[in-house]
Design a protein around this ligand. Structure first.
Ligand SMILES: *Cc1c(COP(=O)(O)O)cnc(C)c1O
Length: 369
């Protein structure tokens, strides 16, 4: 790739394969049977990845991932409900903002950006507040790359008779989530992350029963998941104009996902990317922000070099000129930058990215040691 077609080491939009991009060269009629079949195939595949075949449904939704998160909160949390929002980064905070905007009662439990939420803490909070009906959890908090213990938290939430809403946006497809063993009411993800589609479609996987029961909760027309589901069941079509090219690209991306070997293979490639990245950057004298045991192989936060000559915009531009797009940090108290491990990229790409970073430090005369 050249500087004009850089490799995106960002957590969505991300680098897609030529085959996925080529799938967007066809125009689809939204009423046409062939497009309805495409939608049905994509939804079936997504439910399958979640291990929910037979018990769960997938409701696709136009828009970026946040639209689907907002739709899930509005559709599943009754107006009299109360959400315990577990926060250790920007996406957890966004979930709390959504509750606030939707007028749902909520309470926030926040830990530091490098501290996962524990099931013990959730258990205590649920025991202390019987008004809480739902718990909102970010599986992999993309603002740092920290992994929260979904399975253990889901077990505690279920044992206390509450319901779990999981933002699995940056983990779905790469980290195992088995609906048969992990009780959740709604699991939210999107086309343009670990499935390596293009951005433009979110989706919510939910128990079909819970979806049908979610009547009269949301004040929104466009973000009503139950409505979208019922309409799609009845007609095979999306309620409003579908992102046809995005769905076609996701269908092609899912075919490649299967060919690669499904979730275990996707996870293994990302883990190898992450290892090559952290190994290479450590060799340059950079330190990653998270301890290895809580680092998801999705995105890595690095401390910026302490050298006073370091400025993120200059660093970004120089690495960009060498063909790689990095991400700014999302921590308020520390100077950091982030590098994604996901997308149609390999450990060899990560090694080249590390070489581009090394070259950039030499050019800008930045000391890292
Ligand atoms: C990407 C992402 C979202 C959705 O963000 P959009 O900008 O709306 O696509 C939500 N939660 C997490 C954890 C994410 O990584």
């Amino acid at each position: 790739m050249t500087a004009s077609a850089p490799i995106l080491l960002t957590p969505g939009p991300l680098t897609t394969s030529a085959r996925t991009r080529a799938a967007m060269l066809t125009d689809w009629g939204s009423w046409d049977g062939s497009f309805n079949a495409l939608t049905a195939r994509v939804c079936d595949a997504l439910v399958g990845i979640a291990g929910g075949t037979g018990s769960h449904s997938c409701v696709p939704l136009q828009g970026s991932g946040t639209f689907a998160v907002e739709a899930a909160v509005g559709s599943f949390v009754p107006r009299t409900g109360k959400v315990l929002v577990l926060v250790n980064g920007a996406y957890g905070k966004r979930l709390a903002t959504i509750c606030e905007r939707l007028g749902r009662a909520f309470t926030v439990y926040e830990t530091d950006d490098d501290v996962p939420t524990t099931p013990e803490a959730v258990d205590g909070l649920l025991a202390a507040d019987p008004a809480i009906t739902h718990v909102g959890l970010i599986h992999c908090e993309t603002s740092t790359g920290i992994l929260n213990p979904l399975e253990a938290i889901a077990a505690v939430v279920a044992a206390r008779g509450r319901r779990l809403i999981v933002d699995a946006m940056s983990s779905f497809g790469a980290l195992p989530i088995d609906a048969a063993r992990v009780p959740f009411e709604a699991l939210i993800a999107a086309s343009g992350k670990c499935l390596e589609g293009v951005p433009g479609m979110g989706f919510v996987i939910a128990r079909t029963e819970a979806l049908l029961a979610a009547e009269g909760n949301t004040a929104s027309l466009a973000l009503d998941l139950r409505d979208q589901h019922l309409y799609m069941q009845r007609t095979g079509q999306w309620r409003f104009t579908p992102p046809t090219h995005v769905v076609a690209a996701l269908d092609a991306a899912l075919a490649q996902y299967d060919e690669e070997g499904g979730l275990p293979a996707r996870h293994a490639r990302y883990a190898a990317n992450c290892e090559a990245l952290i190994g290479g950057m450590t060799g340059l004298g950079l330190r990653s922000f998270l301890a290895p045991e809580i680092q998801a192989p999705i995105i890595v936060t690095f401390h910026a070099p302490r050298d006073g000559r370091y400025r993120f915009p200059d660093f970004y531009r120089a690495v960009r000129a060498k063909g790689f797009i990095l991400y700014p940090g999302k921590l308020t108290k520390l100077e950091t930058f982030r590098v994604g491990c996901i997308g149609a990229v390999t450990p060899a790409d990560m090694e080249r990215a590390v070489a581009a970073v090394a070259e950039t430090f030499r050019e800008l005369r930045i000391e890292t040691l």
